[in-house]
Design a protein around this ligand. Sequence first.
Ligand code: GLA
Length: 392
Amino acid sequence: MADLDEFQLLERAINIFQEQFESEASYAACAPGRVNLIGEHTDYNDGFVFPIAIPQVTMVVGRPNSDQMIRVFTAVTEVDHPFLVRFPVPTATSKLAPGSPTWANYVKGVVSLYPGTLSGFDMVIVSSVPLGGGLSSSASLEVATFTLMQSMFPCQVSDKEKALICQKAEHTFAGMPCGIMDQFISSMGSKDHALLIDCESMESKQVQLRLPRQSLLIINCNVKHQLSGSEYPSRRQSCIDAASLLQVKSLRYADQTMLEAHKNDMSDETYRRSRHVISEIERTREAVIAFENGDLAKFGKLMVASHNSLRDDFEVSCPELDSLVEIAMSVSGVYGSRMTGGGFGGCTITLCETSSLEQLMAEVKQRYDGTATFIHASAAAGAHSIVLPNQD
Ligand code: GLA
């Protein structure tokens, strides 16, 4: 479904709904995936991130029912079985718990934390966001579900609160202690703009993507290393430990001099992880200024520095991502390239002259030791509901 546009996805979702539930969907909503241009593993350190929402979305359609049951069907076939789940509307005395299939936990989490008054509904999920590709397929499902529920069971919630509730759903129902970046950009992305997000204040600034002769290319290495699952939480913990050792609220308030002064009080691993975060927060600030000034050469250099720091200090890259960055950087007209998202597989993002795109893709096809796929990235709008003709 990766190639379908929003309209085609909607049509597909409506047809599937009819087949599954033998009635017509009356509400629809969608929420985008994202690609982060720079600022990786900084969000849970109160730092800065600089993502765009992408045109790939999770689309959900639904219809309230009258039996206090929630039925959800997913047409995303890469997930675990079964594709249809049913569970009761949670109440004060009967709460929902995460379980199997795991894809449904994102929906259950959002349903459980929804601040409005719910009743039963049926829902279908379709998506063009590649799963497990580091483009926030899970955040887009959470935010799309929330947005659909807002149309069916209205309640006053700001977009920031929505992002925070969806983040909490991911923490409590998917067991992933993520930062706020993915849910924030999926809720609040802006067409033709990247967002500089201050993850402490949750304020953001729109930066126009002025790329008249340049392009952003996402390259999916199509590998997801199944590690122990504790890599992300363990890095998050190292950052918390380092901040407490340096006696600051978060690594946002630490600098290189403070870190050097305490180098001998921490493990080499904690030192290097902290060095990544401190330098990445600084790089993100600098990169955004360079971008605003149209200094793409500098922006590109900072992208590569970010990649190297993620590879060597934070240790979240992998040979496939390193190879894609290396190949990209050997092509003339490429400004910069880096891994994007949590790491250990997924995608890179490359900024290049549009005239170099063909060459770049040809080099990757020829030299990458695997099968890479390409997505031309543009900045799309955040989550929105779609009015269907038969909406009540
Ligand atoms: C994942 C998390 C985000 C962020 C990135 C790394 O995508 O969901 O909150 O921490 O990793 O920048």
